[in-house]
Design a protein around this ligand. Structure first.
Ligand code: GRG
Length: 298
């Protein structure tokens, strides 16, 4: 097997995901035009790394699954993620002007349209997730749709967002910060890995290992996101750094300093790699992806 060319792999997967997303979202010329234009602006206009769908596909590949079968499910994860960004950017939440290098949805359109674009993406996600998957037990798929709902909702991302808002402007201990991160960002990343592993046809042990990989990846991702918020370049990030300080939010660098935060991220990356130790080279994209977190610029 030839060595993995990670940039080419990521470009290829990003294009594949975007091609499928494009077919599932109505054209901006179709009614309701303003809603469809707003969805397209946020979902397809500025790109995005497509990390969550890429994780779904890479975890399926790691257990020998066929990625074509999982495209609707992978795109469902991107729709949920993009809805969360649109709502997170609203004036009632982070009040941001820039996202993925473009004006945020409410700036390019208006608040009501941005709320509806987010709502539409969340519901589209579950329509996509319910697309029958060739060769898979519908019971397994149903279990993963329920898992996705849990991880995106009260017990996952939305719950984490609430905890995050309530922690603003006051002292936060490390355990509380970790709990926020695990729910707000980690839950959807872990769900991407678990869903890819299970619907890719993995056995119980593989699923358990990839779930653990997703947990460690999610935490490493969030710690490096906190670091980027301090040292990142707005042009490369496509959003405005300094958000944590602006909203008086706790973060790894604020609690322990940059160098210790980098050390924590490295430990999480090591844990993620450890959870892949029994996998074949089919898991090499996952290995390369998690190592890349330590050099993130966006
Ligand atoms: C509004 C319900 C609701 C939830 C919002 C995910 C989230 C919860 C808020 C986003 C705020 C934020 C900047 C969180 C830090 C980590 C994160 C999710 C960064 C953005 O994800 P990337 O880097 O973005 O994968 P791209 O644009 O590449 O998809």
């Amino acid at each position: 097997m030839s060595p993995l060319n990670l940039p080419a792999y990521l470009d290829d997967r990003k294009l594949l995901v975007e091609k499928h997303l494009d077919t599932w979202v109505p054209a901006a010329s179709r009614p309701p035009q303003r809603l469809n234009a707003a969805i397209r602006h946020s979902l397809l206009g500025g790109g995005g790394k497509r990390l969550r769908p890429i994780l779904v596909l890479a975890c399926a590949e790691a257990v020998g699954g066929r990625i074509e079968d999982l495209m609707p499910m992978a795109c469902a994860l991107e729709c949920i993620h993009t809805y969360s960004l649109i709502h997170d950017d609203l004036p009632a939440m982070d009040d941001d002007d820039l996202r993925r290098g473009l004006p945020t949805c409410h700036k390019a359109f208006d608040e009501a349209t941005a709320i509806l674009a987010g709502d539409a993406l969340l519901t589209l996600a579950f329509e996509l997730a319910a697309t029958p998957i060739a060769g898979r037990n519908p019971g397994d798929q149903l279990a993963m749709i329920a898992q996705l709902a849990r991880d995106a909702g009260i017990h996952g991302m939305v719950g984490g967002q609430m905890l995050d808002i309530q922690a603003e402007g006051r002292e936060t201990a490390l355990a509380e910060l970790q709990n926020i991160h695990i729910h707000k960002t980690g839950a959807l990343i872990r769900a991407s890995c678990l869903i890819g592993a299970r619907l890719g046809g993995g056995n119980e042990e593989q699923i358990r290992h990839l779930n653990r990989f997703g947990e460690a990846f999610g935490l490493a991702f969030q710690i490096t996101d906190d670091i980027l918020d301090v040292i990142g370049d707005a042009r490369l990030m496509g959003k405005t750094p300094g958000n944590d300080q602006k909203h008086q939010k706790a973060s790894y660098p604020a609690l322990m300093g940059l160098s210790q935060a980098r050390q924590e991220a490295q430990e999480m990356v090591n844990e993620a790699l450890e959870s892949l130790s029994s996998f074949s080279p089919a898991a090499d994209p996952l290995r390369a992806l998690v190592k890349l977190l330590l050099d993130r610029t966006h």
